[in-house]
Ligand binder design. Structure first.
Ligand code: NAP
Length: 283
């Protein structure tokens, strides 16, 4: 089976390359420099040349604050890029998988969001990602959209790596205690994605199971590392974010579970990640 991965230089892209190779797929990874998802001609030529079975888009403009000021780029990369990919995939009968986000929701719910809940993004990042979902599904009804949240993986700019760095030299760190979500290890998301390749198309919520606040997440990291750094809970208001984040963005696993897949609790995934980072990556 031939798999094309776009956004291959990102944290999820890198994880998928490794995972798919372990599973003996023939992987064709494309970094931004090798394939720009906003360039339809490049996409067309790539698909014609490789004739893959699956096309997986992990490419995105993920800097939430920057999206607020670079709106054109946000909508181009997160909205139009997935549209071009979905169109060209349909043309050549390639199965298209696109990664989306919990930020498509407003964060006002008090129980996990299901796939049928109405999106109501509050940021340019969330709006541009929602446009990407909608255009991909409109252009190619066989697309699969995978929404995930609070992602971390090796070599990525993410919360876990930031806290790890701070825990090595700061006596205390202040972390928001009133925003809830579910941390997701890129490896676990990748395992789910491989599982979903042969399941019916549509929208799926895929995260590790359970939920926590950023404060609880940071505390778990610091505790696992045996660091003496004190984690101090603060409110979102005290933290003073430039761009709003959802208060609650836990994604329900019911649909995934009903398709036979159960992902482990976020703490188990985190422990494996931290251990691996130490043993294999020497981070
Ligand atoms: N990170 C999270 O917490 C999180 C949470 C929920 C959902 N997601 C979604 O999960 C997916 C993967 O995220 P990630 O954390 O792996 O993000 P990432 O590390 O920022 O990777 C995204 C990659 O896409 C590349 N890219 C940007 N514009 C591109 C273009 N026009 N053409 C081709 N590639 C382009 C980026 O390159 P440059 O860095 O060089 O621009 C980067 O290598 C994204 O769809 C994201 O929206 C992420």
């Amino acid at each position: 089976m031939k798999i094309v991965i776009t956004g291959a230089g990102g944290q999820l892209g890198k994880e998928l390359i490794q995972l798919f190779k372990e599973e003996n797929y023939v992987v064709f990874p494309f970094t931004k420099q090798q394939l720009d998802i906003t360039n339809r001609t490049q996409i067309k030529e790539m698909i014609e040349k490789i004739q893959p079975d699956y096309l997986i888009n992990t490419a995105a403009f993920t800097q939430v604050d920057l999206c607020e000021t670079d709106i054109d780029q946000a909508f181009l990369i997160n909205g139009i890029g997935p549209y071009y990919l979905a169109c060209e995939a349909k043309e050549k009968k390639v199965k298209f998988f696109h990664i989306s986000t919990d930020y498509v929701f407003d964060g006002e719910k008090i129980e996990p969001y299901i796939e049928e809940d109405s999106p109501d993004p509050q940021t340019i990042y969330g709006k541009s990602k929602l446009l990407g979902e909608q255009l991909a599904l409109t252009a190619n009804e066989s697309s699969t959209i995978i929404r995930t949240s609070w992602l971390y993986g090796h070599d990525g700019k993410n919360f876990v790596n930031t806290i790890k760095k701070l825990a090595s030299h700061s006596s205390e760190i202040r972390v928001v205690h009133d925003q809830y979500g579910c941390p997701t290890y890129t490896r676990d998301l990748g395992i789910a994605l491989i599982y979903l390749l042969t399941k019916p198309h549509g929208i799926y919520h895929v995260t590790n199971s359970g939920s926590c606040s950023w404060f609880e997440f940071a505390t778990e990291i610091v505790t696992f590392l045996n660091s003496q750094t004190v984690v101090i809970p603060i409110s979102t208001k005290e933290y003073g974010l430039k761009t709003p984040r959802p208060n609650y963005s836990v994604l329900s696993q019911k649909k995934l579970n009903s398709n036979g897949l159960f992902l482990r609790n976020w703490k188990e995934g985190l422990h494996e990640y931290l251990k691996k980072a130490d043993d294999e990556y020497g981070d």
